[in-house]
Design a protein around this ligand. Sequence first.
Ligand code: FE2
Length: 613
Amino acid sequence: MTYILGISAFYHDSAAALIIDGKIISAAQEERFSRKKHDPRYPFNAVEFVLKNSKVKLSQIDYIVFFEKPFLKFERLLETYLAFAPRGFKSFCMSMPIWLKEKLFQKEFLFQKLKQHDENFDNINKIYFSEHHYSHAASAFYPSPFKDAVILTLDGVGEWATTTVATGNGNEIKMLKEIHFPHSIGLLYSAFTYYTGFKVNSGEYKVMGLAPYGEPKYQDIILKELVDLKDDGSFRLKMKYFNYATGLTMTNDKFANLFGQKVRNPKKDLLTQFHMDIAASIQAVIEKIILKLTESLSKEFKSKNLCMAGGVALNCVANGKILKNSIFKNIWIQPAAGDAGGSLGAALAFWYKELGNKRNPNLNKDEMRGSYLGPSFENNQVEKTLKSLNAIYEKQNDENLIDLIANELKNEKTVGWFQGRMEFGPRALGARSIIADPRSDKMQKELNLKVKFRESFRPFAPSVLREDLNDWFELNCDSPYMLLVSDIKKNLQIPMSKNDQKLFGIDKLNVKRSSIPAVTHVDYSARLQTVHKETNPRYYNLMKKFKEITNCPVLVNTSFNVRGEPIVCTIEDAFRCFMGTNLDILACENFILYKKKQDINLAKNYKNKFHLD
Ligand SMILES: [Fe+2]
């Protein structure tokens, strides 16, 4: 058997992934263990987890593959400095000591870190380096269900590339085109994230969420002044407005003057209509660029299939538009599209490219196992831990658990749902989720303010049973990783259960769009997850039961954490979050905990525990 360990680290979102004979076995982000969001440090805990999960020692691993090439990245920093010199001297000086100390000599540095897992690990030649965008492309194509595809990777920046086009066929990926730093859609979006007062690299979702509240009034200015967009979707940014290549901020005064307001200070300045219009404008521009790019790729390569990865591929609104405009028939996006997924891509790239192994994709299912690749806990471990935490709990068999929780959801209770293996990637998919009834009018506000401690405008995403998708949403394909946005059907016609059909004499019920207000965005769109029996049977069964008693195959699904906190990983994390928020119930494997039965002294002040982002 061939064991390959993939690692991404030292930028943002470090992670580890293990594949055995090309099969994806486990993967996790370091932030979940260290409890530091987007933790970029060497992923010691994540590596420990993937090794222990397969009961292997590091010295038994055949190849260790790092997701990018440090020297290429160093070259980019150096040349950027030289190209813009003497501007940028300060940021160059600030980054150099870290580069010289840790990053440039990464092979030796990594070797020393790896030795901490197993002192018998003594072969530095087992360490290999992939290229940043090659790792992204590999993470998008190899686990996909396609034999051939066009692969588009879009992110802020890796080594040099910010956008790449490749083709995948069988086990081969050919990199064909690249757009280089400083021209980057990711950094363009981040510049606006910065300008609207959110945190770069994590606040991009908020800009996307804010966009439907605004008008794209500044779209033309952005396209005229900031971006030179060609017909084929390739682009260049006009660098006189940006500061990221040389300075310590994303944008400069010229940028602010263009729109007539200063950068928003999140501590002092309120969000106004202006910021919503700015968000709507940059979102419209990003969509325009992505649509142009994908249209020209579709024409050029005449492929039905598109694979995507890179941080920008998490922009689910743009992804939904590629499908809606039928640019590609099929689209598959790596659920860990950001740099964490690079660890998996690097390992897979080695298996197929360096070792030349054949690839036999299953056209009906991808290789990600629903992205449930993290740690899980047996019932006996759960009970032991809950006891040690002085929790009051009751154990239920599978059937009663599903019954009880479905009924509590119906009674507008909020539930922490901690089941099975933790998700790999930024979305909670029904393993570490907070779930609730989407039909409730008060739910969006209540969840945002009392459970998540975040802005009330943030929309929630729905999970929907795959077989009921077409009755509720304008989408005709799987979206298991919550990476596609779709409109809620205008005229919802909900099929009635057999009993109700007999009772009412009709087989379909006309329902208004607003029947699921908690997951309906102002523009009637929703970022949705399709739930499949094969990958998450317990969540599927719960939703099926909920549908049986409410006629609604949809649940609110939001990540199990509060604002600024990484998604919960362990039972302790889950209990702490449950006790520190207004969650009503915690369902942890077969154990149910009711908030009102717990000793309130066990609640820690949780609201301000994590930094606000
Ligand atoms: Fe990246």
